[in-house]
Design a protein around this ligand. Sequence first.
Ligand code: UT7
Length: 334
Amino acid sequence: MSGERFLKGAKITGVGYYVPEKILTNADFEKMVDTSDEWIVERSGIRERHIARDDQAASDLSYEASIKALEDAGVKAEELDQIILGTATSDMIFPSTACLLQEMLGAKNAAAYDLTAACSGFIFGLSIADSMISSGKAKKILVVGVEILSRITDYTDRATCVLFGDGAGAMVVEECPPGEGILSTFIKTDGKYSDLLYLPGGGSRSPLTEETLKKGEQYLHMRGSELFKYAVKAMVQAAKETLDKAGLGPEDVDFLVPHQANIRIIEGVRKRLKLKKEQLVINIDRVGNTSTASIPIAFGELVESDKKIVKKGDLVLFVAFGGGLTWGAILFRR
Ligand code: UT7
């Protein structure tokens, strides 16, 4: 066990997720842009993705996921000490979506705040929750990952629009005896490559004006094939370092839940870590890339599909990579 652990442990005690009902299939995109089901499946592994209703904002999706996670944990909203919410598509620039969610849940004792780490946001949030709890500063924290990427997607750009979906996932993290629950965490950033995936407009650098709207600055911009090169390497590093810190190896892992950006990235990580296909949790075919929501949705689906599938004591590894660049991993025993 690494020397970074404190006197208390932190454990994931509840999981919940929500994806909107509306589905866009590859066949739908064939009618919108110059693409094909074959290209999308072969290059990304995606077949369909969920899209939020016009009247839904990030806080609404977060609420649906959060009430399920709280119920799963048997925790009341008033018991929460903190709400940490990862998103790049908050309801508005401020107040934070976490503040809005706090009010919706009635979590009146929780300090609530958003963090932005693109697709790694949920892992960054879990890592902070682990530190807060293991250092005795909080006992119960709700961590949420939510994204309505359809609001920042240019549906005339075939290189990006086929990839993204909407959704939310949430987990309750609670104090537990040391050595149980979260065993190690790893988070990392390299701002040198911030121009590989970004949303230029609407911030203080380039406020939205008629001119910036005309340039499409309200949409996310991505240099996909360049990002791809860093993704596998970064996720493998995060997995290895997190396992090393806990004195464990890839062979000890029961379930690897990777960020769902591309099936070829996931396969690349699996091969480099010499994992079996059965150890991987994959749902990219049905939900697309939901950015920071992808890991809690994938794990939520797995747990919901069969309560006995992830057994007590099983070793689970979450690994993410995203714009920033940001990447990280969380290793825990169920
Ligand atoms: O969530 C975390 C951050 N995201 C990532 O890490 C994403 C990483 N990148 C990727 O997943 C892949 O790079 C993509 C799926 C985005 C693209 O796959 P690729 O194999 O890297 O394709 P490419 O961008 O190199 O494009 C190859 C060709 C191009 O045509 P030419 O120039 O070779 O004639 C594109 O114009 O495919 C074309 N293309 C498409 N064709 C049909 C791009 N998008 C499409 C499309 N349908 N939707």
